[in-house]
Design a protein around this ligand. Structure first.
Ligand code: FAD
Length: 407
């Protein structure tokens, strides 16, 4: 592969994986003057990012036991951080990303809310939760038959395809599709990865790098094994989401409080390419549904909607389901990690392995990675000639799951 016709280009950093983690990091490092390229093997945002509900949350959903937790505090600053970026005042430019909702809601059915009522009225959650009066209730809670309390959170909801596209459009000349049949890493005997070799009919390339950063989500495991890396280890926690396509023009972004310290049901609303609406259903329904068949999950989801919104008719609705893993750094007892995670690997001194653990935590993940690079006195390379890579393929943007699951 490395013959006389191969041109060499020198970068300081190569990122593998174009979900939210890799795309955010590429934008952040590029804005800070790094010579960095990202390689994606499929469409940008494939896997978890495109399947996410788009909530940028401030942690209150992790405090439903009635107390703040490590998880609720680690993420508290994220909504404001993202809002700065959406205004064009943050460390990454998100001015072209679409906001689906400025708020997320939290509601309790009659009789279930008492655990959180005084907590949400306390100093501990001031500025993060607002209890709504009857005349402030958004649809579908403004119905005469609704019994319960509704709270407005500072969380916002983004249109994920437009988010991915925005991060891509900011740096199209640095983002490429990689075909691994025609590419491989060059690794020294001490494990350090020195280059990415790409064989291409219009000109092979040797992309030298100081640092390699793996942000391939679940794909990190295979990449690590290819590079002889054992740590950090990965865990996967699955979800079984339900999706209902219906005729109600009611955008809803809300968690239902149940008897558990986690939301009984989380609903986000999205519009399909054909203009129809879907509600995407997660929360306990999805975590407890991992051992259910699609039929069992959908029946459970139908019963939940019938009991929570008896005044809405879903008889004509179409249903679907999605099983998907959340890829994270391994925790004792397969618990949910509180924070974003990035660390140098055990077997390759210049390879960082990273998982954001939440879409919301992508900015925090980039902070952590920049910190690691600074500790290693990582210098930025001299500006390179990006034209050298312009014949390489460009990846597409992943299609939302609701546009692929229905006939
Ligand atoms: C159903 C669901 C709902 C969620 N909802 C939310 C939410 O509302 N809010 C929130 O904060 N978090 C949410 N999350 C969590 C969030 O989606 C993830 O933490 C985040 O998207 C992970 O991003 P990532 O970039 O690490 O991985 P991914 O999005 O999985 O991206 C990895 C990318 O790497 C690519 N890749 C894999 N292997 C290779 C390889 N060998 N070479 C090149 N590229 C490769 C993949 O094709 C993919 O594009 C949700 C997760 C799920 C599953």
């Amino acid at each position: 592969m490395n013959n006389a016709d191969t041109q060499t280009i020198k970068l300081d950093t190569v990122i593998i994986g174009g979900g939210i983690a890799g795309l955010w990091l590429l934008n952040r490092l590029s804005n800070e003057g790094h010579q960095v390229a990202l390689f994606e093997q499929d469409a940008l945002g494939s896997c978890q990012t495109i399947a996410s509900q788009g909530m940028i949350h401030g942690g209150i959903k992790y405090a439903l036991s009635g107390a703040l937790t490590g998880s609720s505090e680690a993420i508290a600053a994220m909504p404001e951080r993202w809002r700065q970026c959406l205004r064009g005042e943050g460390d990454v430019d998100l001015r072209h990303a679409k906001t689906l909702s400025e708020h997320f809601y939290l509601w309790s059915t009659a009789g279930v809310g008492s655990r959180v009522t005084s907590f949400f009225a306390s100093k501990a959650t001031r500025g993060r939760v607002q209890s709504l009066k009857k005349k402030q209730l958004p649809p579908p809670f403004d119905h005469a038959d609704f019994r319960g309390a509704v709270y407005r959170l500072i969380d916002l909801v983004l249109d994920v395809p437009s988010l991915i596209d925005t991060l891509y459009q900011n740096y199209t000349d640095r983002i490429f599709k990689i075909h691994w049949q025609q590419a491989r890493f060059e690794q020294q005997t001490d494990g350090c990865v020195t280059a990415l070799l790409i064989n291409h009919p219009q000109g092979s390339r040797r992309i030298e790098m100081d640092q390699l950063i793996l942000t391939a989500g679940e794909g990190n495991a295979e990449l690590m094994s290819r590079l002889g890396i054992h740590r950090p280890a990965m865990q996967c926690r699955p979800l079984h989401q339900a999706i209902v396509k219906h005729h109600h023009a009611i955008p809803l972004y809300a968690h239902c409080i149940g008897t558990n310290p986690s939301p009984r049901l989380t609903i986000s609303s999205h519009t399909c390419q054909d203009g129809e609406n879907i509600w995407y259903l997660g929360g306990d329904l999805a975590t407890q549904g991992v051992n259910q068949t699609p039929e069992q999950l959908i029946n459970h989801a139908k019963n939940e909607l019938a009991s929570l919104f008896p005044w809405l008719d879903f008889n004509q609705a179409q249903w679907s389901n999605l099983v998907i893993n959340r890829a994270e750094p391994r925790q004792k007892g397969l618990l949910k990690p509180d924070n974003a995670f990035a660390a140098y690997s055990d077997a390759s001194a210049n390879t960082i392995v990273a998982w954001p653990t939440k879409l919301s935590l992508a900015p925090a993940l980039s902070d952590d990675i920049l910190h690691l690079l600074k500790q290693g006195h990582q210098e930025t390379s001299l500006p390179c000639n990006w034209q050298t890579l312009q014949h390489l393929d460009q990846p597409k943007i992943s299609q939302p799951v609701w546009d692929t699951l229905f006939d």
